[in-house]
Ligand binder design. Structure first.
Ligand SMILES: Cc1ncc(COP(=O)(O)O)c(C=O)c1O
Length: 426
């Protein structure tokens, strides 16, 4: 089993505690543990394994590059990092043409913050009330949920959290397009802040519980940002590269960001992040405004190139859109049979299922979700239950290469586990 007591990493074996299986192999959306048990994966390692485990094209790109030249820092350019910059400029929305390579999503956010201050000369940031942007200090300062910040302050003093579209009841009745939720930003700009460098947002909340923004929301946010000379940073660390059924999450909103942060799926399993900016913004950066020894190394960028090839050749965005529809149908069927299944939402393969107390609709206590995780593992499914800011969301974000058979098996296990949960709640 997966306990590793010599480390001071309390999150190790977090999935189901001491009994968490040690993984030894994986292909597509299926992983195998040290005892030979197979699991369909609805988790994809925090939505990072979009291409599936050990994709052969990524594996051979990594191995070929490792043999040829396994490392060079920024000081010497390499072919894979040059080519990856060109490819990202082709796939990224609008005028996002310049990339800055780092090693993770949090670090991509740090670069975006540093760049925004340099490019605008302003120091304040706006982030959404339920946002998650990482755990380094700048990124953590942007996190909207106090549970992830408590005990670690002081943070960046210049972050203001903007109430998001995810409020229970919108004052003034049901919004028509979702643009109405964005108007609060005008108020904040008038009364609360004065020197804003950037507004940063996930196009769809991930960690908060896989919650999409309504249709007209980001268009209005971008308009307001433009009117006030504020940069709009789309944090696509989870939503990028097909996860939501379009190449990037922000593509659902017909908005072109000034800066975009990416990581997770970009490396097809290798650690890499990229902050992508318009030339106008990127040109403000000076030589040592940021530096990261391993950022943009040839092996990680070769993996990035292979992962972009797979993204296009296998139409991962199209697969996510199709499989996501199929999955939502099946989940709605479960919802019709189990009264503790509350809201189901999502785009592509970034789906949230809330579990509720059937008596009053309040979030179901987290221990029930943890039982679900264990029941699912015992039956061959990695099911990320017990997530979201209320601890009652099943965040379903499998590899985008998952096939119908794997989805069917996963949903069948959910059905069995829901049956057990129904008995426990009776
Ligand atoms: C939207 C978003 N931004 C940033 C991060 C941080 O990425 P990393 O864990 O690679 O530092 C995450 C991680 O889940 C994320 O979801």
């Amino acid at each position: 089993m997966g306990s590793q007591s010599g480390q001071f990493m309390p999150a190790v074996s977090r999935f189901i505690g001491e009994e968490t299986p040690e993984l030894v192999e994986g292909h597509g959306a299926t992983v195998v543990d040290a005892d030979g048990n197979e699991y369909v994966d609805f988790f994809a390692q925090h939505a990072a394994m979009s291409h599936g485990y050990s994709h052969p094209e990524v594996v051979s790109a990594v191995s070929e590059q490792t043999e040829r030249l396994n490392f060079s820092a920024y000081d010497f350019p390499t072919e894979p990092s040059r080519r990856l910059t060109e490819r990202l400029a082709e796939v990224a929305p609008g005028d996002l043409e310049r990339s800055y390579f780092v090693n993770s999503g949090s670090e991509a956010v740090e670069v975006a913050l540093t760049l925004a201050r340099r490019a605008t000369g302003n120091h304040e940031f706006l982030a959404l009330g339920e946002a998650f942007h990482g755990r380094t200090y700048g990124a953590r300062s942007l996190v909207g949920w106090s549970g992830y910040r408590e005990g670690f302050g002081p943070f960046l003093p210049s972050v203001t959290h903007v109430p998001s579209y995810n409020c229970e009841e919108f004052p003034g009745g049901e919004p028509e397009t979702g643009a109405e939720y964005a108007e609060i930003l005008e108020y904040i700009l008038e009364y609360q802040v004065s020197d804003v460098a950037a507004f940063i947002a996930e196009p769809m909340f991930g960690t908060a519980g896989n919650i999409p923004a309504p249709e007209g929301y980001f268009k209005r946010i971008k308009e307001i940002c433009d009117e006030h000379g504020i940069l709009f940073i789309a944090d696509e660390v989870i939503t990028g590269f097909g996860r939501t059924g379009k190449p990037f999450g922000i593509d659902h909103y017909d908005v072109e960001p000034d800066v975009m942060t990416t990581a997770k799926a970009l490396g097809g399993g290798m650690p890499i992040g990229a902050t992508i900016a318009t030339p106008e913004v990127a040109d403000a950066f000076e030589s040592m405004d940021y530096f990261s020894t391993f950022g943009g190394n040839p092996v990680a960028t070769a993996a990035g190139l292979a992962s972009l090839d797979v993204f296009e050749e296998e139409d991962l965005a199209g697969n996510a859109a199709e499989a996501g529809e199929y999955l939502l149908d099946q989940l709605h069927d479960l919802q019709s049979r189990y009264p503790f299944v509350g809201e189901i939402r999502g785009r592509g393969l970034l789906v949230g299922v809330d579990l509720i107390d059937p008596d009053d609709g309040s979030p179901l206590a987290k221990e029930h979700s943890l039982d679900l995780r264990r029941d699912a593992i015992d039956r061959g499914l990695i099911l990320p239950a017990g997530q979201g800011w209320n601890g009652n969301t099943i965040r379903i974000n499998p590899p985008l290469v998952i096939d119908d058979d794997e989805l069917d098996r996963g949903v069948a296990v959910m059905d069995e586990c829901f049956e057990l949960l129904a008995d426990r709640l009776a």
